[in-house]
Design a protein around this ligand. Structure first.
Ligand SMILES: NC(=O)C1=CN([C@@H]2O[C@H](COP(=O)(O)OP(=O)(O)OC[C@H]3O[C@@H](n4cnc5c(N)ncnc54)[C@H](O)[C@@H]3O)[C@@H](O)[C@H]2O)C=CC1
Ligand SMILES: O=C(O)C(=O)[C@H](O)COP(=O)(O)O
Length: 385
């Protein structure tokens, strides 16, 4: 089997070398001419997969080791009977940890307590649903907007959580977007936060977008931020990536180059899931397991003394695992010398190893039960001594 793959799929050789002969390219450089003899195409989000790329190829299976599929022409693949797999949920935990890191930063900077705020989650699937679980367990009030899910399964969340979009935008202090990018159909998400909704947002709201850039009309957001500096904004995703608007970066509170899902754990789960789907499709045995291949985390254990207060403990640990400020700073520094597209590709290619909270075992004194409960709710492993 001949496999063409994005070189930024981690452990691609380890997972796929015994299945076929692999040739890797930069995702943006994967061209139709390289695919003529290929059977399998493995991509990430930067490769547009459509008729232009595949119509003269022999590709029978396309895998993307991402959750999102907006870079794939799924309809065309289906019509051509080309098998397809993505990696649902693979890096959902990582995105949730990104949001938590942003929230603890804003909490401290703005001097509020998350427990006193209402968080509005738009899109409550793998990412939004996990975010709900984490925040709900630490006592945060939550509203959810997800019409497709609500119409399928009203019981997915308590009745009091469901809100229509405009009610959520009005009542939530913090708004976190986790929908796919959908441009047509009954529930499109393209510019879901359009000019009018952005203008109507009350001063002081926090907007976090780690879904897809074009779910917000970012030109309207830019205008609002230029005229009224009264919103706090966290943007991981942008319209026209990688050619995003560097002027908008200057106006937002935290700006990162689409790395919310970039924990090593999440990326590797993506590789493994696509490998599993490929093996299943071709009736091959799955010889590799992520558990055998994933490296040991650099931070494995933290020991807190009895003096550690719950709030301080939570912040310290979240930052020890992942501090979103470092990604924000790296982007702002890179933009001093590079174009947005150069900065975007470079920072993502050379992304430092980031591991998920569950890799860290926190040792506490037996009387620190309140802290232990909070940390378990946020995804850490806890041992009481
Ligand atoms: N920034 C990053 O690094 C990452 C971004 N993502 C993005 O996050 C998106 C969500 O990921 P998951 O939660 O895993 O996907 P998912 O498919 O599990 O959940 C998406 C949810 O959005 C809901 N939805 C669809 N249209 C909606 C609308 N008009 N209004 C409100 N809700 C709507 C769906 O019903 C579903 O419950 C992905 O599609 C991807 O675009 C995913 C991973 C990493
Ligand atoms: O999984 C998704 O969906 C994402 O947005 C990924 O985190 C994007 O990663 P790249 O494919 O752009 O490396």
């Amino acid at each position: 089997m001949r496999i063409i793959a994005d070189e930024n799929i981690p452990l691609v050789q380890e997972f796929f070398a015994d299945i076929g002969k692999i040739k890797v390219y930069l995702g943006r450089d994967i061209k139709a001419k390289y695919l003529k003899e290929a059977d399998v195409l493995l991509v990430r989000s930067v490769t547009q997969v459509d008729a232009d790329l595949l119509q003269h190829s022999g590709v029978r299976f396309v895998g993307t080791s991402t959750i999102g599929t907006d870079h794939i022409d799924l309809k065309w693949l289906k019509n051509q009977k080309i098998a397809f797999a993505n990696a649902p949920g693979s890096n959902a935990e990582s995105v949730v940890e990104y949001v938590l890191s942003a929230l603890v930063y804003l909490e401290e900077r703005e001097g509020f307590e998350l427990q006193d705020k209402t968080v509005g989650i738009i899109g409550a699937g793998n990412v939004g649903g996990r975010l709900y679980e984490r925040l709900h367990q630490v006592g945060v009030n939550i509203l959810i907007n997800d019409p497709p899910l609500q119409s399928k399964n009203e019981q997915a969340f308590p009745e009091s959580c469901w809100a229509d979009l405009d009610t959520l935008l009005e009542q939530a202090d913090i708004i976190s977007l986790h929908t796919p990018l959908i441009s047509s159909g009954v529930h499109p998400t393209h510019h879901l936060l359009d000019k009018k909704r952005i203008q109507n947002l009350a001063a002081g709201k926090i907007i976090i977008n780690s879904g897809r850039g074009a779910v917000i009309d970012t030109q309207a957001l830019k205008k609002r931020l230029q005229t009224q500096e009264d919103l706090l904004t966290v943007l991981d995703v942008w319209e026209q990536e990688p050619h995003f608007d560097a002027e908008l970066v200057k106006l937002v509170t935290l700006a990162t180059p689409h790395i919310a899902g970039y924990s090593l754990d999440g990326k590797l789960r993506g590789t493994e899931m696509v490998c599993q789907s490929l093996c299943q499709h071709f009736g091959l045995p799955m010889r590799k397991q992520l558990g055998q291949l994933i490296p040991e985390p650099p931070l494995r254990k933290i020991n807190f003394s009895a003096q550690m207060l719950p709030e301080q403990g939570v912040r310290t640990l979240i930052r020890a695992c992942y501090d979103v400020r470092s990604d924000d700073l790296a982007l702002r520094l890179a933009l001093r010398t590079l174009t947005p597209a150069q900065a975007y590709d470079q920072l993502r290619r050379d992304y430092p190893v980031r591991r998920e909270f569950a890799n860290v075992r926190v040792e506490l004194k037996s009387k620190q039960k309140a802290l232990a409960q909070k940390l378990i709710s946020l995804g850490f492993k806890v041992k009481l001594n």
